[in-house]
Design a protein around this ligand. Sequence first.
Ligand code: NAP
Length: 307
Amino acid sequence: MKSYDAMVIGGGPAGLTAMLYLLRAGVDALLVEKLSPGGQVLMTEEIENYPGFPKGIKGFELADLFAAQIDRYPHDRIMDEVSEIRPGQGAHVVRVGPETIEAKTVILCSGARYRKLDIPGERELAGRGVSYCALCDGNFFRDKVVAVIGGGNSALEESLYLARLVRRLHLVHRRDEFRGERYLQDKCFANPKIEVLRSSVPREIVGQGEVSGLVIEDLKSGERRTLEVDGCFIFVGFEPILEFAPPEIKRDAVGIITDSEMNTSVPGIFAAGDVRSKNCRQVVTAVGDGATAASSAFAYLEKLNVS
Ligand code: NAP
């Protein structure tokens, strides 16, 4: 069985930073990533709030820079899915694709996936007008009419991106107040292509084979109406990816519970980035989590080697 001092699961900003810190500390670390490194950053057109890039940076460019930085240090990398982690005293046993690998410490950086609305039509019309990624699918909706659902930073940012392509955009939010940053709100409200629909809850996505409408309910009047749209972009938050995490690891509704040093409830297993239960989910906080988790993992390994 292959054996490493540390295994980092997930190659988004948290995982790549954890790798950088482990490799620079001379730790024999393995990176396991399902697809290509970058995580959600790859699906973000422009990142404007990562320090050091005053003019903003494309998501894929930042991901490339993160990956290039760890490539300066020799390390092993596996592109496959983790299906199980069995915690142990001196080492944890991890099932990666067909392989079983041992690691003295594991850092979980598996991130989060898009939350679904769970309304009729959403599943049936996924990929036929229902999308969770403006950067991936926006181009299919050039000069068309779309609805964007959500009131957080993602919905606002993606609306601004889509407004450059589409003819008209309905921004549908279930409350009057938006959760996203004021700066993004102001930009959306000032955009002539964006119609903001407040207190409006999506009830059904309709269409024969492809999306033709979104049924919304006005919470104040109780009225239902159908917006005629060619596409529905859904940005209603994320849920952590932690199916493979051992049941011993404590979690709450929004992620794995850690202390400020990224320790989980299982000694030698750490968590960093969006998989963690926390409020501020940003590239910059993921990077901070990754560095902290690596430093805690390093301290754990030192103790293990002494005892
Ligand atoms: P979010 O901040 O959790 O916002 C989700 C939005 O979807 C909320 O407005 C919520 O409404 C709405 N929503 C949730 N469930 C819904 C439902 N069933 N029906 C209708 N609406 C629903 O998620 P996010 O915007 O994806 O952002 C996730 C994290 O990433 C946040 O921490 C965010 O700050 C961060 N992020 C940051 C940036 C940036 O800094 N540039 C960009 C993207 C994301 P309520 O407000 O009523 O709850």
